[in-house]
Design a protein around this ligand. Structure first.
Ligand code: AMP
Length: 396
């Protein structure tokens, strides 16, 4: 179900509590990558232009103590102010909302921006505590959520506040995330190919169950593939395997056959006897040595997987094909990213590691959509409704 966004509602003159994701990486109080702040600029600028009074809220890390300066959003306020080219008022109070904040909000003009201190300074935030929600909601007339990365968590600032305010909309970031995922999941251009990788089958059970009936092809790489191999009675050496998922893997392979889904597993593996960033040895799946760690898909598999993507109408990708953090085992993941960049069909990349690979290669502009949320995108692929999105107003 599509959600109403700031595109459809005029918020001029309204005090808007906007949940953003400013959970940026910091080193010695300096922001090392402002991408998340930059990503929220379109929504912020649109609301400034509409003449809203904008109250921004975000968490940053997991502070144990209210007011811990290493978790303060102060550097974010400075960076945001610089990026917007206008003053962003920041009140550094460990209480997040106190009299000075209320006073500042009461003095706001249309187009003004206030950034609140780290929402997680309040213990009630992650508990979705009604009092904390009330505290935030009392500042505003309307709620906007532009923090996709936390939309799968029912916290006070993502779910509590919109239950208390008469207007609850999505910002542009969430709007684009939803449109992109809905398009491929509900009405994909065919052939529809899903590529899954990463470590654990158990983390992706629901994704596999949800996608298998929808796709034409399912390509499985990463450590996950070895659980499928073992389920077929093949050798996997020292590679990571989840023995408790062997039955699940067998069932999925049968289901794929029944439904005419082409399920492709690697035919060769790059790896080593030691789990280290050393030059790889390539082995075929039939002669897998006992003391061997499978750490990436091999060259033949790269060819088979990239050929399988030729002419795809829609592609969803979640999870690296190998230990891509190691230079010697990043080839498979990079090859998939580079292939996706050449496709004309819709290409949707889940957040987390696959998105990181796309960013490393500077290919984000070549994708239809690179998700900004790891956990949140995984839950969309599982077919779940995210609490921070379910609570927003439906498109009428
Ligand atoms: P996930 O969070 O489940 O998507 O897994 C991502 C992680 O999977 C990355 O940190 C990769 O290093 C890891 N990974 C991918 N392939 C392998 C493999 N063959 N062996 C061990 N780890 C792997």
């Amino acid at each position: 179900m599509s959600k109403k966004s700031i595109r459809q509602v005029d918020l001029k003159g309204k005090r808007v509590f906007m949940r953003v994701d400013f959970n940026v990486p910091l080193q010695d109080g300096r922001i090392t990558d402002p991408a998340r702040i930059v990503a929220s600029l379109p929504s912020i600028n649109a609301l400034i232009k509409q003449g809203a009074k904008l109250i921004l809220a975000s968490h940053l890390g997991k502070p144990k103590e209210a007011g811990d300066p290493s978790f303060s959003l102060k550097p974010v306020a400075q960076k945001l102010s610089q990026l917007l080219g206008k003053e962003v008022q920041f009140i550094a109070t460990p209480d997040v909302v106190d009299e000075s904040v209320r006073h500042a909000v009461s003095k706001m003009d249309e187009g003004d921006v206030i950034l609140l201190e780290n929402t997680r300074f309040l213990p009630g935030e992650t508990k979705n505590d009604p009092e904390t929600s009330e505290l935030f909601a009392s500042l505003a007339d309307a709620f906007v959520n532009d923090a996709f990365g936390t939309a799968h968590r029912a916290h006070a600032s993502t779910v509590g506040v919109p239950t208390l305010l008469p207007i609850a909309l999505s910002g542009y970031l969430i709007e684009k995330e939803l449109e992109s995922f809905e398009k491929v999941l509900d009405n994909p251009k065919r052939p529809f190919v899903a590529i899954l990788g990463g470590v654990k089958v158990s983390d992706k059970i629901k994704v596999i169950e949800n996608l298998l009936p929808k796709v034409d092809k399912l390509l499985i790489g990463g450590a996950m593939a070895y659980t499928f191999f073992k389920a077929q009675g093949r050798k996997v050496g020292k590679s990571l395997v989840e023995d408790e998922q062997l039955d699940f893997a067998r069932r999925m392979m049968e289901l794929a056959k029944e439904r005419g889904v082409e399920l492709l597993l690697p035919v060769d593996t790059a790896g080593s006897a030691v789990f280290e960033d050393v030059p790889p040895v390539i082995v075929g799946q039939e002669d897998f040595p006992d003391d061997f760690n499978g750490m990436d898909i091999g060259p033949k598999t790269i060819e088979i997987f990239t050929d399988a993507l030729d002419g795809a109408g829609s592609v969803v990708w979640n999870g690296p094909m190998g230990v891509f953090e190691m230079e010697n085992y990043a080839k498979g993941t990079r090859a998939i990213a580079q292939k996706l960049a050449t496709l004309e069909g819709d290409t949707i990349v889940g957040g987390g590691d696959s998105a990181a690979a796309i960013h490393q290669l500077g290919l984000e502009d070549k994708m239809t959509h690179v998700s900004t949320g790891g956990g949140a995108s995984l839950e969309l692929l599982e077919g779940k409704e995210l609490p921070g999105i379910a609570i927003l107003q439906d498109m009428s």
